[in-house]
Design a protein around this ligand. Structure first.
Ligand SMILES: Nc1ncnc2c1ncn2[C@@H]1O[C@H](COP(=O)(O)OP(=O)(O)OP(=O)(O)O)[C@@H](O)[C@H]1O
Ligand SMILES: [Mg+2]
Length: 515
C-alpha cells in the first residue's frame, strides 16, 4: 500500500488498540517517522527500540532503557506494561521470530500482556512472524514512496540546494526524476540526488546518471537479467518506419499521463526474417529511450514442479514493474510460449494468460520488446489488438536500407568511404541479404584491412566478399516467402515500405569452381 493508505490503516489499527501490528517494509526509518507522527497526533506514549541506542521515547528520543538487546527490549516492554496502560512499543530489530522458539514465545507472552493492558507491540521488519503471534494482530505493508511522494521529496531536497549551486531542473525535470526513481526507497532516492548535487550542480544532462544510479539500486533483481549495453557498438540501419513510431512513444514513456487517463506504452512485437535486426532493435530501443534493458528468458523460467514456472514468471514480471522505467526484452517469445506444443499440463497456456494479463493491467513504465522468428508458433492471443501497441514485420532490407547498412559498417570498420559507383554495385549484389549478411560481407574486408593494411582494399575485394555470401533467401526461399506472407497480412512493415517479394528471382551470385 502507498503511504496514505498505510497511514490510514495504521491509525485505525492503532486506535483500535490491536495488540500486535506487523509493518512489513524495507524502510525502517520512514516507518518509524510515520509512527512517530501518529503517536504525536494521538498523544500516545510510545517507545522505540534500536540496537544502537536501546529503548527510547519515540517523541523525545530520550533513552529509557539502556539494554540494547532485543530480548532486553521485550523484557522492558513487559515490565512497563504491567505498570501502565496503553503503552506502545516499536521493535525494529526483531530477528528469528518466524518459527516457534523461546524468543518467539516470549514475544507471544508480551503481546498477550499488551492485549490485557491496552498496549501494543509494533514490529517493523522485512520478515514474517510466528503464526501464533501474528494471529493476535494485523499485518500492514509499507511500500516505497509513489511517484507523487517522490516528487515532493525531490523538490524539497532540490529547494535546499537552491542558492548553493546552479540548478537547471524545472518542475517537469523533477517530475521526470520522480518517475525514474519510482520504486526506490526515500533514503535511496535522497542519496542519489545528493550524490549528483555533490558535484556542485544539478543539470538537465544528469538524467543518464540518474538512470544508472537507479539501476544500481536494483542490481540484484531476480527473474530478469540486466543487459549491459555499449551504445557505440549498436548501429541500426534502415527500419525507419519502426524508428519513427518509437520516437513518438518515447516521450509518452516518461511523461505524466494520469491527467489524460492514458496508460504508458506497453511495447512492440517484432517478427520477421532472421538476421534482419530484431534483437538489435531491442537493444537500440533501450539506448534511444535512455532506460535500462532487462531480458526475460522464458525458457529459463520453466520449472520442474507444478506451479513453479508460473511462480517464477510472476516474480519476474513484478521485478520488471519494480525496476521501471525499463525495456523488457523477451527474445524469441514463441519458444517460451509456443502455441500447440506438447505441453499437456497446460503450463504454457497459463503462462500466456498470466503474461497477457500483466501486459494489459500493469501501470508501470515497462516497455516490452518481444521478438519472434517462427511466426507459425506464435499463440494467436498474443497478436490480438490492445496487447502490444504494435506488431512490426522486419523484412530483408530494401535497396535504400542496404545502402545505409553497408555504409554504416564501412564507417564502423574505419574503411575509406565507398565511391558511389561501387556502393551501388554492392547494393545490387546484395539483394536478398539480411542485415547480418551485409555485416559479414563488410567484416571480411575490414579484417583484410586490419591484417594487411588499407592499401590492399580494392573494389574487387568488396565484390568477391559480397559474392561469397549465401543468404538464407537463396538457400530457403520458401521459408522467407512463408514468413513474408504471414507478415503481409498481419503486421506493419518496420521499414516503412511495403513487404517485398522479389528475392526469389534474384540471380545466382556466388562464384563457384566446377571441377
Ligand atoms: N538493420 C540492421 N542494421 C545494422 N545491423 C544489422 C541490421 N540487421 C542485422 N544487423 C546485424 O546482424 C546481426 C544480427 O541481427 P539480429 O540479431 O538483430 O537479428 P534477428 O532479427 O534478431 O535475427 P534472429 O531472428 O536470427 O534472432 C546484428 O547484431 C547486426 O550486427
Ligand atoms: Mg534475434
Amino acid at each position: 500500500m502507498n503511504t496514505s493508505e498505510f497511514l490510514d490503516a495504521f491509525e485505525r489499527t492503532f486506535k483500535a488498540r490491536v495488540p500486535f501490528i506487523l509493518i512489513q517494509t524495507t524502510e525502517r526509518s520512514r516507518a518509524v517517522e510515520l509512527i512517530r507522527d501518529v503517536c504525536a497526533r494521538q498523544s500516545v506514549t510510545a517507545y522505540v527500540h534500536t540496537l544502537s541506542k536501546g529503548t527510547m521515547d519515540i517523541t523525545t528520543n530520550r533513552v529509557t532503557n539502556e539494554d540494547r538487546s532485543v530480548i532486553g527490549a521485550v523484557d522492558f516492554a513487559a515490565q512497563q506494561m504491567m505498570q501502565r496502560q496503553n503503552l506502545t512499543f516499536v521493535l525494529t530489530e526483531l530477528d528469528d521470530v518466524d518459527t516457534d522458539n523461546a524468543f518467539a514465545r516470549q514475544l507471544l507472552d508480551t503481546v498477550i500482556l499488551a492485549s490485557e493492558k491496552g498496549g501494543a507491540i509494533v514490529a517493523v521488519t522485512t520478515k514474517t512472524v510466528w503464526s501464533q503471534v501474528q494471529r493476535l494482530g494485523v499485518s500492514l505493508m509499507l511500500s516505497p514512496p509513489d511517484q507523487d511522494e517522490t516528487y515532493i521529496n525531490i523538490s524539497r531536497q532540490i529547494d535546499d540546494y537552491r542558492g548553493l549551486m546552479p540548478i537547471e531542473w524545472d518542475e517537469s525535470d523533477m517530475r521526470r526524476a520522480a518517475t525514474i526513481l519510482g520504486g526506490v526507497t526515500k533514503i535511496e532516492a535522497e542519496n542519489i540526488i545528493a550524490m549528483m548535487a555533490a558535484r556542485g550542480s544539478i543539470r538537465k544532462s544528469d538524467f543518464p546518471e540518474l538512470m544508472r544510479a537507479k539501476d544500481s539500486v536494483f542490481s540484484d533483481v531476480s527473474g530478469i537479467e540486466r543487459v549491459a549495453l555499449r551504445p557505440e557498438t549498436l548501429n541500426l540501419g534502415g527500419l525507419s518506419g519502426l524508428q519513427k513510431w518509437l520516437q513518438r512513444k518515447r516521450s509518452l514513456l516518461t511523461a505524466d499521463l494520469r491527467e489524460r487517463v492514458i496508460r504508458p506504452p506497453r511495447g512492440v512485437l517484432l517478427v520477421g526474417v532472421p538476421g534482419c535486426g530484431k534483437s538489435l532493435s531491442a537493444k537500440t530501443i533501450a539506448v534511444q529511450f535512455e532506460i535500462p534493458l532487462y531480458r526475460l528468458d522464458l525458457a529459463n523460467l520453466m520449472g520442474m514442479y507444478v506451479g513453479q514456472s508460473e511462480g517464477r514468471l510472476k516474480e519476474a514480471l513484478e521485478a520488471a514493474d519494480r525496476v521501471a522505467p525499463c525495456v523488457l526484452w523477451i527474445d524469441e517469445i514463441e519458444k517460451g510460449l509456443a502455441a500447440g506444443g506438447s505441453d499437456s499440463s497446460g503450463v504454457t497456456t497459463r503462462m500466456i494468460g498470466q503474461f497477457l494479463f500483466w501486459l494489459q493491467e500493469s501501470q508501470a513504465r515497462v516497455f516490452v520488446v518481444a521478438t519472434a522468428n517462427d511466426v507459425s508458433k506464435l499463440p494467436p492471443e498474443l497478436l490480438r489488438r490492445g496487447r502490444f501497441d504494435e506488431l512490426f514485420f522486419v523484412d530483408l532490407p530494401g535497396s535504400d536500407e542496404r545502402r545505409e547498412i553497408i555504409s554504416l559498417y564501412v564507417e564502423r570498420g574505419k574503411l575509406q568511404p565507398l565511391d558511389a559507383g561501387l556502393l551501388e554495385e554492392l547494393v545490387e549484389l546484395s539483394e536478398g541479404f539480411a542485415g547480418a549478411d551485409l555485416e559479414a560481407a563488410v567484416r571480411e574486408v575490414v579484417e583484410e584491412a586490419f591484417l594487411n593494411g588499407d592499401a590492399g582494399i580494392t573494389p574487387n575485394l568488396y565484390r568477391s566478399s559480397f559474392q561469397n555470401i549465401v543468404p538464407l533467401s537463396r538457400t530457403s526461399p520458401e521459408q522467407i516467402e512463408a514468413i513474408r506472407a504471414w507478415g503481409r497480412e498481419r503486421a506493419v512493415p518496420a521499414s516503412g515500405q511495403p513487404i517485398g517479394n522479389s528475392t526469389t528471382t534474384a540471380p545466382m551470385r556466388r562464384a563457384v569452381l566446377l571441377g
